[in-house]
Design a protein around this ligand. Sequence first.
Ligand code: PAF
Length: 294
Amino acid sequence: MSSERLSVIDEIAVVRQRVRAWRTAGQRIALVPTMGNLHDGHLALVRAARAEGVRVVASIFVNPLQFGPREDLANYPRTLEQDRKQLEGIGVDLLFAPSAESIYPRGPGEHTRIEVPGLSDILCGASRPGHFIGVATVVCKLFNIVQPDLAYFGEKDFQQLLVIGRMTEDLSLPVEIVGVPTVREPDGLAMSSRNGYLTAPERVLAPALHHSLERAGEALREGRAAAEVEQSGRAALEAAGLRPDYFAVRRAADLARPERADQDLIVLAAAVIGTTRLIDNLRVRRGGLHDRSD
Ligand code: PAF
């Protein structure tokens, strides 16, 4: 770990130069892409990367292309100096925090886009049209700038993780995508920059999202049908004072609706509390043969 001050690099050419020098010295590179306002979930990504003994590049970029017109782009928390200090403390080797102009010189609307069809249009993609196009485009661009061997993403954004995995595979990008388990508050709430939007009474309600997923997991393991579990999940969220967007039981590999024989499942939920939309998920392995039919 270096004891040097971590500087904020905003120029693509400087990133390329530093990465090239590491590569020439035979070092491997990991990228941890973020939108900043870092919490322990982000730091877990950096720790996982550091454990590989590679050079770690973190990026902070609040990507306008992944926000819808009525979403929180303008208000999204920007805490660069605080983030820089955290990344310095945890041993990040390079912090790339580009301006929107350097990533989208002609403006986000004029930029070439990358779309992973199908996977991008369901669940969060159905509620946030264009969101995953924005994510895939900026992540592909970051991959091209940094050219990492490894890239780390949180499993809280499970659909995002699959979209990025598919994009990487489809475009034959030589990057290994690593998913890192969700970090939770002691009451079960998944860590998220958007938790900071919650008022004190809303924060009390928020763990209901995780608890509803845990109950769904138990029900699936007991052999209950996916449709029934989804219905109970939505009802549980409503009863807890949340407005469910979706509550879905899916196959973990591709987010398709599960067949009776599928055992590796994931329950995904999105719900609004006040004006804040939160997402979470729970991976569930259920026994195959004695399940009731879905
Ligand atoms: O998960 C995020 O913070 C963002 O979607 C990402 C992957 C950094 C792309 O902007």
